[in-house]
Design a protein around this ligand. Structure first.
Ligand SMILES: [Zn+2]
Length: 477
């Protein structure tokens, strides 16, 4: 198994990654607050986490991942009250749109999506542990974490605690706190708000305790990697560490990875600038989901990604270079010529691609390797495609695409629905005839992978192929 290096925010350095259990990675990723449709800044983090998960699998690890859904929280409660519905009714459509967005961007489903409201007992148990050990205290109807009791508080963010104390504004419902820095573990219920019974009276959990309790339930007290957006680093992740490590006396996560912010046209996203785009907003402006995924993965996760519509057009062009090469590859007949150059190109590509991934998920280098490969294969095709080359090149691309998940243009077109289906349907009868013929040749050569890809490509264009004893026939569906 190739060693992979990751930048650990805890300690701020590149480290060789080794999971606790050989061959098995346990990964926790902070999920969305299901309050409205997530924006592309959130999606950047989720796509990064998807690439991490896929890269770990590429290197042969089994991955068990949990991503929480925050379905009880101040904003949710206020909005549900205003809408006159319960929080479950209020959050349901946002949960649905979240999963739709993940699927549109080809983000692999993970093993566990725990919801906060289904894990109140686990949170109460952890708050009790913290109270017993003196890391927490009751004040009025609430329970707070006592930062003064936690000697290594701040080790993740390196935050200056004095500054936190000076900057902390105490909310009117938190006047009972011993110290302005302390944060809430359990909030006493207010009139009209959803509440759960607890040893401290009716109330609801604070946000931070949810991730501590649920990560422990699904991944154990100490797991391998914890991810989130850089805006979660302080205070959320710092507080998760404080809670879990004080309750358990063992480290929470061994590697902490944070995705940088996404800006739009060089500016921070904000409701007032009107640039808080959702996936739907970008699709409505004509961007394909495939190019959006490509754009989101193309910048290293620790660099700010500046979204611009012009860059989406560049992404489309980049993808087209790959598509064009694959089209040539499928349609070019194989010949009895020297296979050394194509073998060399495949070997070099796989080595470069793997090395780039292992280098803290250096996606710009990984994509650089893809385009060098595209260039090399085009050169090979110019000189005649050797026997077996189609299979070798496709195999290498498919393997890389286990991580990238952007190559399969036909399948993306199908997902995009009737609109882009019409665009793909612009294949002329002559084009269709050539493709059907190429498919028959591939079948005759027993290259069923290539034959299936052409059939998929035709299907995406609304063309159905029927194989009859007299040969293949086609019709538009
Ligand atoms: Zn979290």
């Amino acid at each position: 198994m190739a060693p992979i290096k990751l930048y650990n925010s805890l300690g701020r350095r590149l480290e060789a990654f080794e999971p606790l259990d050989p061959g098995h990675v346990r990964l926790y990723t902070c999920g969305p607050t299901v309050y409205d449709r997530v924006h592309i800044g959130n999606l950047r983090t989720f796509v990064f986490e998807d690439v991490l998960r896929r890269a770990l699998r590429y290197f042969g690890y089994r991955v068990t991942q949990a991503m929480n859904l925050t379905d009880v929280e101040d904003k949710i409660i206020a909005a549900a009250l205003q809408a006159g519905v319960g929080i479950g009714r209020f959050t349901a459509p946002h949960v649905a749109s979240f999963f739709e967005d993940l699927s549109t961007l080809r983000i692999e489903p993970v093993e566990h999506y725990p919801r906060a409201t289904s894990h109140i007992d686990e949170m109460i148990a952890m708050v009790e542990q913290l109270l017993e050990a003196g890391y927490a205290y009751r004040a009025d109807d609430s329970v707070f974490f006592r930062i003064a009791a936690d000697a290594d508080y701040g080790k993740l963010s390196g935050i200056d605690l004095e500054q936190v104390r000076r900057g902390a504004r105490v909310r009117s419902d938190e006047y009972g706190k011993e110290d302005a820095r302390d944060f809430v573990l359990w909030k006493g219920a207010k009139e009209g708000e959803p509440e759960w019974a607890s040893p401290w009276g009716p109330g609801r959990p604070g946000w931070h305790i949810e991730c501590s309790a649920m990560s422990q339930k699904y991944l154990g007290r100490t797991f391998d990697i914890h991810c989130g957006g850089v805006d979660n680093l302080f205070p959320h992740h710092e507080n998760e560490i404080a809670q879990s490590e004080s309750a358990n006396g063992s480290p929470l996560a061994r590697y902490w990875l944070h995705a940088e912010h996404l800006t739009v046209d060089g500016e921070k996203m904000s409701k007032s600038l009107g640039n808080c785009y959702t996936l739907g907003d970008l699709q409505a402006r004509g961007l394909s989901a495939r190019s959006i995924r490509y754009l989101l993965i193309s910048v290293h996760y620790r660099q700010q990604l500046d979204f611009r519509f012009a860059r989406a057009a560049e992404a489309e062009r980049a993808l087209k270079r790959i598509d064009d090469m694959r089209f040539r590859l499928v349609h070019e007949p194989e010949q009895a010529v020297d296979a050394t150059p194509v073998e060399a190109a495949v070997t070099e590509f796989e080595a470069e691609f793997g090395a780039a991934l292992a280098d803290d998920l250096n996606m710009s280098a990984a994509l650089g390797a893809v385009f060098r490969f595209v260039h090399d294969v085009n050169g090979v095709i110019d000189g005649g495609l050797p026997v077996g080359a189609r299979h070798r090149v496709e195999g290498a691309l498919q393997r890389a695409d286990q991580v990238l998940a952007v190559l399969d243009s036909g399948a993306w077109a199908e997902d995009a629905g009737p609109e882009s289906g019409d665009a793909a349907g612009a294949l002329s009868d002559a084009d269709v005839g050539r493709l059907v013929e190429a498919r028959s040749e591939a079948r005759a050569a027993r290259d069923f992978g290539a034959a299936d890809r052409i059939r998929d490509e035709l299907a995406a264009a609304g063309v159905v192929v029927e194989d009859t004893p007299a040969g293949s026939r086609w019709k538009r569906s």
